[in-house]
Write a protein that binds this ligand. Structure first.
Ligand code: SF4
Length: 374
């Protein structure tokens, strides 16, 4: 197998690993267009200072000895095995970098014979990139479950961001989809090590949504715990998609809308610091309602609309269409005794009127009744 074939196979294999809020599911269906962001193994991510960069997202190897039931690379499922050699990997990355195709690297891998052996190869490849080819840019290094402390420490010395995938929200759910991984030891203990290592851009994780019939509440409880205890930077959610010839090939695909709702709540936990208990109040049987969670939360929270000129941060932030930035601007106007009297003023400070109007009072008047709003 030549290097180009490996790049294609291992780039495709990596597409299930979310690392970027801007990763695109967009596919180009005709041959006369360029710019297919899905198939080429390049995704986008944001650095600590908010800069958007393109990453070469790739597996070092797709040959796995583990048995995750949803995974095309699992032992006995992979019909297209491929792996790089360290020098080969480093050369491909550097040639993509010097041609300006990518600005950074996201390296992950299947677990070949054991996690340490595979990690040693990954480290060798990245060491070449850093030392021989003198690349100083962004590297996201995926920690394989069960990797030993010394190797993780070594990898942390040249990584900007690291991550280890939870895949499931607790040990009993993980045991439904993998007979090999130990949730507490192989994953949570490694996350605790990463927290102590102070990785420059921190650590992230990913969950596969719907592979083990877990509820939204189980997922959100775990991610909330991680934000508080592991100092997680970001959680990523990947809707389960059945892969042919895997044990879960006939299981229903998880709707993308469920993934989107989890991202909405995740944002509100991280950025608005709304307590998880508030979201429990809008759930039924531990599942979020099928509407925008912020609208559901606002309907539950406000008996009547709020006066935009007298509301607190906690009230403003719960209004759909008002984000942290527009809430701060409204508070700034309140502080300077400047009253908002017109919808246009709200629009100019970034409020999304269509979403916000049913929940606010302007000039003493309710803008739209809550029941009129869908
Ligand atoms: S560890 Fe599990 S999810 Fe990761 S490559 Fe192996 S089988 Fe797939």
């Amino acid at each position: 197998m030549n290097t180009l074939q490996k790049v294609e196979i291992l780039g495709q294999s990596a597409k299930w690993d979310s690392c970027a809020s801007s990763a695109s599911p967009r596919k180009i269906k005709t041959d006369d267009r360029i710019g297919n962001a899905a198939g080429c193994g390049i995704c986008h991510s944001f650095t600590e200072d908010g800069q958007c960069i393109s990453l070469w997202k790739i597996l070092y190897s797709n040959v796995c000895s583990f048995d995750c039931k949803y995974c095309a690379n699992a032992s006995g499922c992979n019909k297209n095995p491929a792996r790089f050699e360290p020098e080969e990997f480093a050369k491909v990355f550097i040639s993509l970098y010097v041609r300006n195709y990518v600005e950074g690297l996201f390296i992950s891998s299947a677990v070949e014979k054991d996690p340490d052996k595979t990690t040693e190869f990954m480290i060798e490849a990245v060491n070449l990139i850093r030392k021989k080819y003198k690349f100083q840019g962004y590297i996201h290094f995926k920690v394989l479950p069960g990797t030993s402390y010394d190797l993780i420490k070594h990898a942390s010395e040249f990584s900007d961001r690291m991550s280890i995938n939870l895949e499931a929200p607790n040990s009993s759910r993980l045991s439904e989809i993998s007979s090999v991984k130990d949730y507490k030891i192989d994953i949570l203990r490694r996350q605790a090590w990463l927290k102590r290592m102070k990785i420059p851009s921190g650590q992230t994780t990913q969950l596969v949504v719907g592979s083990s019939d877990e509820s939204d509440l189980e997922i959100l409880k775990m991610i909330d715990w991680e934000y508080k205890n592991i100092k997680l930077k970001r959680g990523y959610y990947s809707a389960f998609t059945p892969v042919p010839k895997t044990p879960l090939q006939f299981k229903d695909r998880t709707p993308l809308k469920r993934e989107n709702r989890l991202y909405n709540i995740d944002f509100m936990l991280r950025k608005y610091h709304i307590s998880l208990n508030e979201f429990k109040d809008i759930m039924q049987n531990e599942m979020l309602p099928k509407i925008d969670p912020k609208v559901a939360l606002a309907r539950n929270h406000f008996d009547s609309g709020i006066d935009i000129n007298e509301s607190s941060w906690d009230e403003l932030i719960r209004v759909p269409g008002i984000g942290p930035r527009s809430a701060s601007r409204i508070l700034e106007l309140q502080k300077n005794h400047i009253e908002i009297e017109k919808k246009q003023q709200l629009k100019s400070i970034g409020v999304v009127l269509k979403r916000a109007l049913p929940f606010i009072i302007l000039n003493g008047k309710r803008q739209k009744m809550l029941h009129e709003f869908n």
